[in-house]
Design a protein around this ligand. Structure first.
Ligand code: GDP
Ligand code: IMO
Ligand code: MG
Length: 428
């Protein structure tokens, strides 16, 4: 996908997350010199499989497994310093020399223990839970927007941070008490913890936008790796059942500090069906045994929380919406192999609400809960696709299914993934 004229690509999830962004990032990273995360935090769980080895990455970009790729965390990412330290240690322990290749934006905000306590307590006190990952993401972004956050650059003068930490702990403890939680944040413990992690963070702190610009100017190639999915975007997703950042392509420019004019292509990653983890509308959701069947075939359990994912048929309305709000230029369809044993497949092409066909993607939860997807039924292929490496090698019915995904979404397919391994990819 990279070429002389395509040197900066944004990769986004075009459904509700877990589309296989880690796998596709790993495939593309072979040709990249920089891979950068631009939003989200350790709520992400990106799986990369190379040979017999599986890596689940929460904060470090999925380009990490190529020894020459520079891995950056942009200003838009919220960083739990202790999770990051553990991840670096895990990778180094497995022979991946990531520490010297990692750059962290001075401007990135930190996820601190009180954010996690607040995430858990506010979830428990809600009437209808969002089903967050409880990684402190919402409260950390809330502090960022409220201008009450702590950034990586602030760690250069820890004594000046103390008063903010005292203030935030007092505020958080008040909220925790109002939520009926017995847990409390402790400012001294947090300061001790920050003293331990600050040198490591500061040693890797950089101006991420500058690095990307310089790299692109000198002929390098940058991949900006989205986390979560477009339907979890705080503006364009199924609000309020969303995450707290802009997961879509516009967030990439803001989240690493480059202008949108530097972005050449936007690749949307979609599963050949749909899944969602956590609560909120899922119009093409499967129920009962059919759901369990697809969940087991696809191994649909969260990479971060282990929660069972909710499966559904491919939803063309969702992907059309994602195509529009991201300006998708290409699709990567993953997990085609999971559908290898189905006699018939259904594909959502439109929504009806009160007998009228909807144009566009409805904004309200009540509407999304009431829409009736209009399905097309396509024949399955009942053959293994896992060893296919060329489009011609795929069964005819699989090609017809992909072709329908392409026409319903309005975006050309560039990659088809037929297994979790690095080599299980068809490039069109
Ligand atoms: P991400 O969050 O978008 O990176 O996706 P996750 O890693 O959370 O979930 C995707 C899961 O599907 C992981 O377990 C991957 O190893 C797996 N996976 C990715 N692509 C394929 C594929 O084409 N076929 C199969 N069977 N599994 C895949
Ligand atoms: P990757 O990057 C799937 C979901 C949570 C919840 C909502 C808000 O692996 O695709 P949060 O903790 O972000 O405040 O939770 O978003 N969610 C994800 N679902 N994949 C993810 O990341 C997710 N990150 C958050 O389940 O519904
Ligand atoms: Mg995931």
């Amino acid at each position: 996908m990279f070429s002389e004229s395509t040197r900066c690509i944004v990769l986004v999830g075009a459904q509700w997350g877990d589309e296989g962004k880690g796998k596709i990032t790993d495939v593309l990273a072979e040709q990249a010199t920089i891979v950068a995360r631009y939003q989200g935090g350790a709520n992400a769980g990106h799986t990369v499989e190379v040979g017999d080895e599986q890596f689940i990455l929460h904060l470090i970009p999925s380009g990490a497994l190529y020894p020459t790729v520079r891995c950056l965390l942009g200003n838009g990412v919220v960083i739990d310093p202790w999770t990051l330290a553990e991840e670096v240690e895990m990778l180094e322990g497995r022979g991946i020399d990531i520490a010297r290749r990692l750059g962290i934006s001075w401007r990135a905000h930190l996820v601190l223990p009180y954010h996690k306590l607040l995430d858990g307590a506010s979830e428990s006190s809600r009437g209808v839970q969002i089903g967050t990952t409880r990684r402190g993401i919402g409260p950390a972004y809330r502090d960022k927007v409220a201008r009450a956050g702590i950034r990586v650059c602030d760690l250069a003068d820890l004594s000046a941070v103390r008063s903010t930490i005292d203030d935030r702990c007092a505020w958080a403890n008040n909220r925790l008490s109002a939520f009926g939680s017995a847990e409390r944040a402790n400012a001294t413990e947090i300061m001790d913890g920050l003293e331990a992690v600050a040198p490591g963070l500061l040693a890797n702190a950089v101006e991420v936008g500058d690095e990307i610009r310089v790299e692109l100017d000198s002929g390098g190639r940058a991949l900006l790796e989205g986390a979560q999915g477009s339907l979890l975007d705080v503006d364009h997703g199924t609000y309020p059942f969303v995450t707290s950042s802009n997961t879509t392509a516009g967030g990439a420019a803001v989240g690493v500090g480059i202008g949108p004019t530097l972005i050449d292509d936007v690749l949307g990653v979609v599963k050949a069906y749909t899944t969602r983890v956590g609560n909120g509308p899922l119009p093409t959701e499967l129920e009962g045994e059919a759901a369990e069947h697809l969940r087991v075939l696809g191994g649909e359990y969260g990479a971060t929380t282990g929660r069972p994912r909710r499966p559904g048929w491919f939803d063309g309305v969702v992907v059309r919406h994602a195509a529009a709000v991201n300006g998708l230029t290409a699709l990567a369809v993953t997990k085609l192999d999971v559908l290898d044993t189905f006699d018939e497949l259904r594909l959502g092409v439109a929504y009806e609400l009160e007998d009228a066909e909807q144009s566009g993607f409805p904004p309200r939860t009540e509407q999304l809960d009431s829409v009736r997807p209009v399905y097309e039924t396509l024949p399955g292929w009942n053959a293994s696709t896992t060893d296919c490496r060329k489009i011609e090698a795929l069964p005819e019915n699989a090609r017809a299914y992909l072709s329908r995904i392409e026409s319903v979404s309005g975006v050309p397919i560039r990659y088809v993934s037929v297994g979790s391994g690095r080599t299980q990819i068809v490039t069109l």
